[in-house]
Design a protein around this ligand. Structure first.
Ligand code: 13P
Length: 255
């Protein structure tokens, strides 16, 4: 982390909890993070749980967002959630192109790009995810894979959007596996993404864009990961379901 970039700690609750459980967790997250003024803190519940969570978080320092959005503005898209609907729920954030969306819903970089642009246009801050498979890492193709995802999923943005978008590096082999990238492995990719951003959008925007790490972030490894120069926060899955653990990760984001 570097002074000048405000850290982000975001909790991806994935397809867990129900209305009551989500509201209870949101209350506990407020308590566990109430003194955190040094970073943006947000939680992303499943779409049907957002309204209840919003009622709890309204007026607190914890923000909320969606886990996905439709690329289209509105229309006959059964089951999808629009950017405007998220905005009407008070969302400030939305995760885009998570590897679970890429895997189970076959979202490619073109869809990721369209969703990212849609989110930005609606005033949401997208957290757009990139990350290599284990086989790609083993084959020495990590940086090549990341470059493709960043260029095709996040290329051609307006400068103001290229500053606002948040990128999450989530190596697929580290998600939900308990196996975390080492701080050096994370930093290598984060630094690469920032250099790529410089080549796409210039040095000034590259110095400003926030790049989060995700993949088995825990209270015990968060400080070391976020202590890396180009790691500006965390996208937390499993550990975000414990308010205490999530609170510890938020504390670790203090520069
Ligand atoms: P875990 O923290 O459970 O590995 O999940 C990471 C993730 O996918 C966050 O989006």
């Amino acid at each position: 982390m570097m002074a000048g970039r405000r850290p982000v700690v975001a909790g991806n609750w994935k397809m867990h909890l129900d209305v009551q459980g989500a509201a209870a967790l949101a209350r506990d997250v407020v308590r566990a993070t109430s003194l955190a003024r040094w970073c943006d803190v947000a939680v992303m519940p499943s779409a049907p749980l957002i309204a209840g969570v919003a009622r709890v978080l309204e007026g607190t320092s914890v923000e909320w967002g969606g886990q996905d959005l439709a690329a289209e503005a509105q229309g006959a898209y059964t089951g999808d959630v629009s950017a405007a609907q998220l905005v009407s729920l008070g969302c400030r954030w939305v995760i885009v192109g998570h590897s679970e969306r890429r895997k189970y819903h076959l979202e490619g970089d073109d869809v990721v790009k369209a969703k990212t642009v849609r989110a930005l246009g609606a005033g949401l801050t997208p957290i757009t995810c990139v990350g290599e498979q284990l086989s790609e890492r083993k084959a020495g193709q990590t940086l090549h894979r990341i470059e493709t995802q960043v260029r095709f999923g996040l290329g051609g943005l307006a400068p103001a959007d290229a500053e606002r978008v948040v990128i999450a590096y989530e190596p697929v082999w580290a998600i939900g596996t308990g196996e975390t990238a080492t701080p050096a492995q994370a930093e290598e990719v984060h630094e690469y993404i920032r250099r790529l951003w410089a080549s796409m959008y210039g040095d000034t925007l590259a110095a400003k864009v926030r790049i989060l790490y995700g993949g088995s972030v825990k209270a015990s490894n968060a400080a070391e990961l976020m202590g890396q120069k180009d790691v500006d926060g965390a996208l937390v899955g499993g550990a975000a379901l414990s308010a205490n653990d999530f609170g510890e990760i938020v504390k670790a984001a203090r520069v």
